[in-house]
Design a protein. Structure first.
Length: 302
């Protein structure tokens, strides 16, 4: 039985259990109002079924494409049913799933499972990059990883640095979250993060760190010296988010390398930003992974 925001495995298998069923779903998601040639815009096609995946050929210009063209599944030899199963297990595990577990569940190699998960996470990040935060936003930096000896001094020295912004509503509850790995905590860096992720004119709540002064060029700042504050509500939800992602990474993704940190942050934000959706997260993921503007579809081949 389908419940809020989830599918049972039995229902999933009934709906997506064959290659043909998966292909039909992808066709509908890609061309919701019927086939449209991505090259010339013509709306009529021939179907060529002599290959593993059907090809849809434009009757006007002859251009051919499959349902996986422009998606994270493009150029993959992996059966669609395994791709769909991977999306299902990613959707079902609210704290994420490791490549070791996924490899076991869908019977693929560890390398293949790793590639699948990173493609999905990259698509999550690309999707969430299409919107910005506004209204009232809490902003801070987070630091990931153990401290190394003999390193530089300073804010977050020798750790991976992450800018975090959380939109909150009038009731002071969190709405949407953004996280981005940054090279340093300088004013220009924090301004660039805000400029790319927060609407101009937004009120930003942050601590009294001097680098935030750069943001006054296009934002209203509400600053407070957090280390000396007795206000437990100041940046409360933002610090909860930071604690949650650190616990998740420590508990689920052991030995995470800094170079891949952004993708795990993308997954965490993607899940958080859809936590109240009435639509199952699997449906969100399917739409995300066939999204035509996904720009790294062929970056990793499986």
């Amino acid at each position: 039985m389908k419940t809020k925001n989830t599918y049972s495995l039995i229902e999933f298998q009934k709906q997506y259990g064959t290659e043909e069923a998966c292909e039909r779903v992808l066709f509908k998601l890609k061309w919701n109002d019927g086939f449209v040639c991505s090259k010339c815009g013509f709306k009529h096609h021939y179907t060529i079924t002599s290959r593993r995946l059907s090809l849809f050929q434009c009757q006007e210009c002859g251009y051919q494409e499959s349902v996986t063209k422009g998606t994270i599944m493009e150029n993959s030899k992996l059966p669609l049913v395994k791709w769909f199963l991977a999306l299902y297990f990613v959707a079902q595990n609210k704290n994420g799933i490791s490549e070791t577990a996924l490899a076991k569940y869908i019977d693929v190699t560890l390398k293949t499972a790793w590639l699948i998960l990173h493609k999905i996470r990259s698509a999550m990040g690309a999707r969430d990059n299409t919107y910005t935060l506004g209204g009232n936003v809490e902003m801070d930096e987070a630091f990931f990883g153990g401290k190394k000896t003999g390193g530089k001094r300073g804010r977050g020295a020798d750790k991976a640095k992450v800018a975090v912004a959380l939109e909150i509503n009038e009731g002071a509850y969190p709405i949407h979250l953004k996280m981005q790995v940054i090279p340093d905590c300088l004013g220009e860096t924090l301004f660039d993060f805000a400029n790319n992720n927060i609407e101009r004119g937004t009120t930003i709540h942050c601590d009294a760190y001097s680098s935030y002064n750069k943001l006054t060029k296009q934002y209203t700042l509400y600053q407070q010296n957090y280390s000396e504050s007795d206000d437990p509500e100041f940046l409360k939800w933002l610090h909860v988010m930071i604690s949650n992602i650190k616990a998740l990474i420590a508990g689920t993704y052991h030995g995470l390398k800094e170079k891949y940190l952004q993708r795990y942050l993308d997954e965490f934000c993607y899940r958080f930003n859809r936590r109240n959706s009435q639509k199952p997260i699997l449906d969100h993921l399917l739409e995300c992974c066939i999204w035509s503007d996904y720009h790294n579809a062929s970056e990793l081949c499986i």
